[in-house]
Design a protein around this ligand. Sequence first.
Ligand SMILES: C[S@@+](CC[C@H](N)C(=O)[O-])C[C@H]1O[C@@H](n2cnc3c(N)ncnc32)[C@H](O)[C@@H]1O
Length: 242
Amino acid sequence: MATRLFEDRAHAAFYQKYRFSPQENLQGVIFSYLEEKRVSPGQLAVDVGCGSGQSARMLAKHFEKVVGTDISEAQIEQARRAPHPPNVSYLVCPAEELPFEDGSVDLVTAFAAAHWFDGPRFLREVERVLKPSGCVVFSSYNLDMRLCYKDCSDELTEIFREIQAQLFSFKNEKIKLVENNYQEIFDSLPFQEKKRMTDIFDKIPLSVAEIIGFIQSLTSYRRHLKIQPEEAKSLLQNTERR
Ligand SMILES: C[S@@+](CC[C@H](N)C(=O)[O-])C[C@H]1O[C@@H](n2cnc3c(N)ncnc32)[C@H](O)[C@@H]1O
């Protein structure tokens, strides 16, 4: 079943401001694979679950046309509002019903999104819309991140792990797919040729305010805020102070 946790406008605004787009090393891995398979440069790429558009914009240089799709109107509103190249457009639609012709798409991507979809229905749509020579890329960062700053990296990482532990009980079931590094999603792909790549590391400079903003964009934090608003806010304040 599709999961709808991204409908709220405040959440979409945190997304637009604090979620990072796929970074240099991840982009390198993806585009060298697509070039090797002669999919990039190509005509049409569809970025499913595009959120506020970070990942769709990244594809613009490599495809004549990029369409970012998302089930959440609030996310698509943010994506349309953010500056984007003229060959990128956005559509509100479920991943399980993609409004594209059979065999018309060179590349289907889903960044930090495939785990939210109804897997079997989505994959049937992917098979239908892809050209015979087409490719899919599903990617997600996991939450096992390290925070690095001068000689207090261990301490900062520990604080980040603690907040994750405190948000544990508010986590959606589907996050397990991320924690297992997309192994189940990879196994379910119905393609003869497929490749799974893990341990791709990127460094992202973030201020404390940006880390706090990132935490506020997490679905587990949004759920905590909804159920126990005062506790959620004080968790955030304590984390920021530390
Ligand atoms: C974690 S966000 C990722 C957004 C973006 N791709 C990124 O890299 O930041 C997941 C997105 O998937 C969307 N989503 C969840 N279920 C969906 C579905 N069934 N169909 C389409 N989009 C969906 C959500 O609305 C949300 O914007």
